[in-house]
Write a new protein. Sequence first.
Length: 250
Amino acid sequence: MIYDDYLTIAELQRWILDVDVLWNSVNRELALSQPELLDQVRDSALIESYFPLYTTNLVRACWDQIDLTSVFSVQLYESYKHFYALNRYLEIVGYRPLTDEDLIEVRALNINNRIEDPIQELARYMISEHFAAYFFLRLSRQAHEPVLKQITASIAKDEFRHTQFAYDLLEPRVRNNLVRNNLVGNNKDARHRVLEAGLNFRHVGADVAPHVPVSCKNDVQAILTLDKKMHRLCGMSISEFSRKEIHAAY
């Protein structure tokens, strides 16, 4: 079962907040010398805080799929841990930490979100985590403050793992077209719906943050690796699918 592998790897890669993070060593002056990075940390914390609501919606839509709901039980813990670590860092350096009211406000805007097509949402999640992984990796390299560098490097590893297991969950569904489609009148197969999600991608973080942090504008490395990943998954890259859709329209 995929959960066995996921849990084992998650345990092996687990970092402990009050053991592995050197909170007492945070250099506040150095951290505050990069306010633009701290703004991105704050936006990232807000996005990670959204996962209790987002994951609940996804699990509700896929309640009878044991592999997916099992994996996302671990993913939820790790995402909220990311929020806690990032926001704790903001509190220590004294830079606009998020309050409970901030979290409630963005949740209220999304409380009635309903996932109509689980396979497209799983593809959206995979792509969001892919770009998040590259963002945190680049942030860890850009940060001058050592503790922020450490935290973001640890989060990047988690996000790459989340991306891979979302891929692993999608693969049999694309191969066997197992996931039921709740959209009335939509007869497109799973492969087409995954590619469609990639072509019309909207980051999960856009649900709650006006500016979703990215590693860099038009990140070529992240885009190319995603295209290769989609080609392995669907037998066609997003760029190839886009050309096909354009050709079909004319």
